[in-house]
Design a protein around this ligand. Structure first.
Ligand code: NAD
Ligand code: IPM
Ligand code: MN
Length: 366
């Protein structure tokens, strides 16, 4: 059999239940393959609780351990007991940065049976991908505090954005390559180059230059404030949206909310060179307000598992998972955040049941 080894990191809050949902779906895919595909899952208990006990999120040698796997499947991190910047730099960014997962793809999927706040005639015809620069920009981690040297009341803090020509070029090219594979071949580049005259202007210039290599792809350059309005008012004009780390972070939450809920959104942190494993995770966080209740929406995590299947080259299996999700929502089976009544396990089992039905149909068709 083809064996894929997966490091799972449930993390905090609802991370555990949504990761369990995704693994349940992968298990179903493996069973349906009749021994041709296997997933070997190793769980790492790295969480805020682990940090409070051990003083670090990732133990010594942890990254070397992760590196042995074909992929990382991540839940969420964030707890009231640890400052958010400590948990994020301690776990999530401590993986994406050293593993050079510079391309973050965040599809925005409008599902049948899910009411979007956009209320277009047919939202399900909308289909966007937010491509997020995932290694530099506003997340470069550069800066400092207490820079005035003048004591209490006079603190000065600096948070620097880093934009390199190579970093801009690789993510913009990545976005164009995706656009080429889509029905609507269009890339919208998002910056704030009117106010941010160094890094964002560099980005704009690189965008214009790279676009020349893709004459078959339509382009536009939009300021981030205007783009946030465009998401709401002219959603049919979007296909691939490429933006810096922070801008794409914000736009991807907006996109998922417009599709119905933050709980729907999937994400893949890719190291396109495949020198390091890539990491798959829902866009949402640990959702402390609903943690422990078993009512979170597992669709974002399950769709992220589908992106992992794509990365493994199991595209037919990935498509089956996406179809199973659509069939479940089309049938009106929805989690609480989408106005339905299904809890996490019920929603997951509904998707598994759809997978079984698709599998049975496929077998009957042979
Ligand atoms: P959040 O995504 O955790 O929650 C925002 C809102 O969306 C909450 O009301 C929550 O209940 C709801 N929600 C999110 N996912 C849901 C799901 N699957 N099903 C149903 N409802 C869902 O964002 P936040 O409240 O800003 O952050 C909470 C913590 O998570 C913070 O510590 C933050 O730093 C962290 N965080 C981590 C990640 C990550 O690990 N990748 C991402 C975002 C936020
Ligand atoms: C996300 C999250 C993280 C990010 C935070 C928690 C640092 O919001 O995955 O979208 O901004 O990268
Ligand atoms: Mn975010």
């Amino acid at each position: 059999p083809q064996t894929f080894s997966i490091a799972s990191i449930p993390g905090d809050g609802i991370g555990g239940e949504v990761v369990a949902a995704g693994l349940r779906v992968l298990d179903t895919i493996a069973k349906q393959s009749e021994g041709t595909v296997e997933f070997e899952v190793t769980e790492y208990p790295w969480s805020s609780e682990y940090y409070l006990k051990n003083g670090r999120y990732i133990p010594e040698g942890g990254l070397e351990e992760l590196e042995k796997h074909d992929a990382i499947y991540f839940g969420a991190v964030g707890s009231a007991d640890v400052p958010d910047h400590t948990s994020l730099w301690g776990l999530r960014l401590a993986i994406t940065q050293p593993f050079d997962q510079w391309a973050n793809i965040r599809p925005v999927t409008f599902l049948p049976g899910v009411e979007s706040p956009l209320r277009k005639a047919d939202d399900t015809e909308l289909d966007w991908i937010v491509v997020r620069e995932n290694s530099e920009g506003e997340y470069a981690g550069m800066g400092g505090r207490n820079l005035s040297g003048r004591g209490p009341g006079n603190e000065v803090a600096l948070q620097t954005s880093l934009h390199t020509e190579k970093g801009c070029e690789r993510i913009i090219r990545f976005a164009f390559d995706i656009a080429r594979t889509r029905d609507v071949k269009k890339v919208s580049s998002v910056t704030k180059s009117n106010a941010q005259q160094y890094g964002m202007v560099l980005w704009d210039e690189v965008f214009v230059r790279v676009a020349q290599d893709y004459p078959d792809v339509e382009t536009e350059s939009v300021l981030v404030d205007a783009m946030s309005a465009k998401f709401v008012l002219y959603p049919e004009q979007l296909s691939v949206v490429v933006a810096s780390n922070l801008h794409a972070d914000i736009l991807s939450d907006l996109g998922s909310a417009l599709a119905g809920s933050l709980g729907l959104a999937a994400s893949a942190n890719l190291n396109p060179e495949r020198r390091f494993p890539s990491m798959f995770e829902p866009v949402h966080g640990s959702a402390p307000d609903i943690a422990g209740q078993g009512i979170s929406n597992p669709i974002g995590a399950i769709s992220s598992a589908a992106l992992m299947l794509d990365q493994f080259g199991l595209t037919a299996e990935a498509d089956r998972v996406r179809r199973a999700i659509e069939n479940a929502t089309r049938a009106g089976i929805l989690p609480r955040d989408l106005g339905g009544e299904s809890n996490t396990v019920e929603m997951t089992e509904a998707i598994v049941a759809q997978l079984e039905a698709i599998h049975a149909e496929d077998l009957a068709a042979v």
